[in-house]
Design a protein. Structure first.
Length: 733
């Protein structure tokens, strides 16, 4: 029979309760009295002093005074009752004065919070997220929206209004007001209404360190702590803490958060009318709130504050009249969430790095790379075009705009409408795994150019079938359902022919493409065993954020720069926590290859067979490299393009992966028109940019009078391309 394991439980010693203490006190007092008597008698004995020469104090009684007995030996053996009682009283007095009172006082003090916590504790401060131009995107907080502001930055009218209505003797009392306490006692006893009579210091203590319960014991603690706090801090420091920490209604804690909530502006910009309204709120935030059920009470309280300011000579009667006549515009409550997909993307990154507590309560000031003006335009373009595509069974769209030189995200639109939960609008497609279609071919051909092929390499666009171990044979087909014979790599990539891309991947090997994809920015291809030759046609899921890095690597002449949505992070005091600089990975792609790939993708002639000369891929007056991609059954449709200074990626489809209408055509409908509108908007005020040709690239006359570009050392012998093969009939697949 198995023995039960006995768990030893550590028992903490329990302190005496007050009941136990009072039961022991009588015995303790008697012992103390006898001890004092013994000590005194011993002292007399040692000094050979008799009691007949000393008259000890005694308590008068109606009885005849007892005869004082003289003795020199064993003075404690015979002591009259009166003297024993005298020593007992002395013992009681000593114990109460020297033991009991200090003990109770110490025990009570231990239960009080230290006023130093007013500045030493970690108060909850709202985290704020801004765009690159300082526009507020979002405020992050749990229960208390608080933004501390320095005392010197708070207008005098706010300070004076607060003092006038809350504590007119603030700069004269020691932390509590005897007049206020007397008034509170009178109200409590006579009227039966418990009134605070609290000073500003007491209100700060109550709000920051104590519970809001209305009891005598809490009031005593409040007064004691207020007196203590006044010994530790100056009056200005206390007033600053009060204005920054007390509640002003709803989730607004502190004067700055209140001003932003009610007026939509900083407290540094308020006028006298607004200052008076704010000053009147802390007494009863819910009752006086402009957002409450009786907003008129806020203005009644405002008038009362102004009257008190006149009485305390902070303002004149004329100032009060003007303030009452000044319209106060209350900002409608709002959720304050702008660029929601981007904000949530950044918040998730911050929580992974710093933890949710610091993000929610640490008062961070986050300056992001987002351009809110561009963000709103891109959002409008996506939403408008997706609505037009409803007949083609297109339910959603997403777009991403970045700076390839720095990795900064300038715009992130994760869906048609973030707040449309019926369509899963809060899902951020820019960070979701989707199949990229032919847009991933840039990786295949980049790897091919780095492994001996050139833009003039002839590829055979003809039927082929690849056996697959343990599966059905794989037979790739082209988007248009036809074959195009022997074509140069430039033409095959420009027109996005599928069969040449598969044959190219078969030549260079699957590991070569995967390795290059990772070098260029793909992070989702971890299990290589699940991929086959269809990978070059979009068989491996990617995120739009990764694809922006891939295309940004080509735009940046082969130098990879990971996305960085944050420019700087500080705390609310201004201390810098993080200041980002671009994280560059040089030569993720050879500069010469990156330039040639960019040249192929901006060559409108090279893609005209599939897209025509005036497709949505052409941006008038601008040199733009671009590639499209569409997956099987038209479940995903992409367009991604770039210049040296901007990358724009667009996706359309359905969140549930349902196929779009078969008539949707890449380059004519779907993602391309959205991409076209975005790039036109982004580039409208910028000069045309063509990246300079690296010294390692040479130009040679080639097919049909065209000039082709080669990495030095890969150019054809004799300085000229071989003749273009005679076209062969296109067999039906």
């Amino acid at each position: 029979m198995a023995k039960k394991k006995i768990l030893e439980k550590k028992v903490e010693p329990r302190p005496f309760s007050f009941i136990q203490l009072f039961l022991l006190i009588p015995l303790f007092l008697i012992a103390i009295g006898d001890t004092i008597r013994l000590v005194v008698g011993t002292i007399f004995f040692l000094w050979n002093i008799t009691y007949k020469n000393i008259r000890l104090p005694h308590i008068p009684t109606k009885k005849k005074k007892p005869k004082i007995i003289s003795y020199t030996i064993y003075p404690t053996l015979v002591v009259p009752f009166a003297q024993r009682f005298q020593y007992f009283v002395m013992g009681v007095t000593v114990v109460i004065a020297c033991v009991f009172v200090p003990f109770v006082t110490y025990y009570w003090l231990r239960t009080l919070p230290n006023p130093r916590l007013l500045t030493g504790r970690d108060i909850e401060v709202t985290t704020k997220m801004y765009d690159r131009n300082g526009t507020l995107l979002y405020e992050i907080y749990t229960d208390q929206n608080r933004t501390p502001v320095h005392f010197i930055d708070i207008p005098d009218m706010v300070k004076n209004g607060t003092i006038a209505i809350e504590d007119k003797n603030f700069y004269r009392h020691p932390g509590f007001s005897l007049q206020g306490i007397a008034r509170a006692i009178r109200e409590t006893i006579v009227v039966g209404h418990v009134q605070g009579g609290s000073t500003i210091t007491q209100q700060l203590i109550k709000s920051a360190l104590l519970t809001p319960e209305v009891t005598i014991s809490r009031k005593i603690r409040e007064i004691f702590l207020a007196f203590w706090a006044e010994r530790l801090y100056t009056k200005d420091q206390i007033l600053e803490m009060y204005l920054n920490q007390v509640p002003y209604g709803g989730t607004a804690w502190g004067i700055e958060a209140a001003s932003q909530s009610y007026f939509g502006k900083s407290v540094t910009q308020v006028n006298l009318a607004e200052a008076a309204l704010l000053a009147g709120l802390p007494a009863a935030p819910s009752e006086y709130s402009p957002f409450g059920s009786h907003p008129e009470k806020a203005f009644e309280r405002q008038a009362h504050v102004l009257q008190r300011m006149v009485e305390e000579r902070f303002i004149t009667q004329e100032d009060m009249s003007r303030a009452l006549a000044t319209p106060v515009h209350i900002t409608a409550p709002r959720n304050g969430l702008r660029a929601p997909h981007f904000v949530m993307y950044v918040r998730n990154l911050l929580e992974k790095k710093y933890g949710s507590r610091l993000v929610d309560r640490g008062g961070l000031r986050i300056v992001t790379s987002l351009d809110l003006s561009l963000q709103e335009k891109v959002q409008d373009i996506v939403s408008t075009n997706i609505d037009k595509l409803a007949s083609l069974q297109v339910g959603n769209g997403a777009a991403l705009v970045t700076n390839p030189k720095t990795g900064e995200i300038l715009a992130m639109v994760g869906s048609r409408d973030y707040f449309d939960l019926t369509r899963d609008g809060n899902v951020n497609v820019t960070t979701s795994l989707r199949q990229p279609g032919s847009s991933i071919k840039v990786v295949t051909y980049t790897a091919a150019l780095e492994n001996g092929m050139t833009a003039a390499t002839i590829l055979d666009d003809s039927p082929i079938t690849y056996p697959q171990l343990g599966g059905a044979p794989y037979t790739p087909i082209n988007y248009d359902g036809r074959f195009h014979g022997r074509v140069p790599l430039r033409i095959a990539l420009g027109n996005s022919y599928n069969v040449p891309a598969v044959k190219t991947l078969a030549t260079i090997g699957l590991p070569t493409m995967i390795e290059k994809a990772r070098a260029m920015g793909i992070t989702s291809w971890e299990d290589e065993s699940r991929f086959g030759l269809s990978l070059t046609l979009g068989g491996g899921e990617v995120t739009m954020t990764d694809m922006a890095v891939v295309y940004g690597t080509l735009a940046n002449m082969g130098e990879r720069v990971n996305l960085s949505p944050i420019l700087e992070i500080t705390d609310y005091t201004g201390r810098v926590i993080e200041k980002n600089t671009p994280h560059k990975i040089p030569e993720a792609v050879k500069p010469e290859v990156a330039w040639i790939m960019s040249d192929i993708l901006r060559d409108n002639n090279a893609r005209s067979s599939a897209f025509g000369p005036n497709s949505q891929l052409v941006i008038a007056g601008k040199s733009v490299s671009v590639k499209t991609g569409t997956t099987n059954e038209k479940r995903d449709n992409w367009t991604i393009g770039f210049t040296p200074s901007v990358v724009a990626a667009v996706w359309v489809g359905n969140n549930n992966n349902a196929p779009m209408h078969p008539t949707l055509t890449s380059g004519v409908t779907g993602a391309a028109p959205i991409w076209h509108d975005i790039m036109t908007e982004v580039l409208k005020d910028k000069p045309d940019q063509v990246p300079p040709k690296p010294d390692g690239v040479i130009a040679i006359p080639c097919y049909l009078g065209r000039t082709e570009y080669f990495v030095k050392g890969t150019e054809p012998h004799g300085g000229r391309c071989i003749p273009l093969p005679t076209p062969i009939p296109s067999p039906t697949p």
